[in-house]
Design a protein around this ligand. Structure first.
Ligand code: 13P
Length: 255
């Protein structure tokens, strides 16, 4: 039986609190009885707990877009893995390229977050990696992906059945309306799995890791991603802001 895919909506900072709750209700309605994939939505931190109430018993999981690496203490403005879990989250996005760009998150910080989330053990980290357009043009993509993975997982010990999702998000494809060519995504995902084999070992890669793609996916281009061998799902931005469109994406990728 093929493994279930992960289809994750990253709502970023696009919606007001009221709009988020309204969209969560629409998702709940739309995905009633949908069992073909793991569906998760990642709204703003501020509205996680209220969204969790709406999604209760819906089969749709909740994720956060960020977390801090300490368990508790004097860290003004930050939120711990345990708090996210308490608010109803099962997932957390780490190291999104928008945070790397605007918040200057680097892979040392991302490594601390990966460690903290795995130590906490209650959340599935969605670790984002991906090359810039410049890095791609100068043929450095493979090197960049391997380096980002090495830094993110340096010294990380993975326990039991801890699931870890790697989101391959080429920066140049995010929010542009033009997704990567499926063959290029398949190639990158293969590189990612090979690099992970070296970093954490083949057994953990096959049992604990999944690789999803993110960058300008919509209901029209998603079909050509459905049959890729190393494609375990999608992380969707723009197209996840409309319940009908996101549902079509989910239907197409699980056909
Ligand atoms: P878009 O689907 O809007 O390109 O965003 C992708 C993304 O960044 C998901 O995390």
């Amino acid at each position: 039986m093929p493994r279930k895919k992960y289809i994750i909506a990253n709502w970023k900072m696009n919606l007001s609190l009221a709009q988020t709750l309204s969209l969560a209700k629409k998702f709940k309605e739309k995905f009633k009885g949908f069992k073909q994939a793991e569906i998760a939505v990642c709204p703003s931190t501020l509205v996680l707990a209220d969204t969790a109430k709406i999604l209760r018993h819906s089969g749709i999981a909740l994720g956060a877009q960020n977390v801090f690496w300490q368990e508790a203490g004097a860290y003004t403005g930050e939120v711990s893995p345990a708090m996210l879990s308490e608010a109803g989250c099962g997932y957390v996005i780490l190291g999104h390229s928008e945070r790397r760009k605007y918040l200057l998150e680097n892979y040392e910080i991302i490594n601390k977050k990966v460690r903290a989330v795995i130590k906490n053990g209650e959340l599935i980290p969605i670790v984002c990696i991906g090359e810039s357009s410049e890095e791609r043009k100068t043929d450095r993509r493979d090197f960049v992906l391997v380096e980002q993975l090495e830094q993110a997982f340096s010294g990380v010990e993975i326990f039991g059945n801890q699931r870890i999702i790697i989101a391959y998000e080429p920066i140049w494809a995010i929010g542009t309306g033009t997704a990567i060519e499926p063959a290029e995504a398949e190639y990158a995902h293969k590189i990612i799995k090979l690099a992970l084999n070296d970093i954490v070992g083949m057994r953990l890669v096959s049992q604990n890791f999944n690789v999803v793609y993110g960058g300008s996916i919509n209901s029209k281009n998603v079909k050509s991603f459905a049959d890729l061998e190393n494609m375990d799902g999608l992380l969707v931005g723009g197209a996840s802001l409309n319940a009908d469109e996101f549902f079509k994406v989910a239907k197409e990728i699980t056909k």
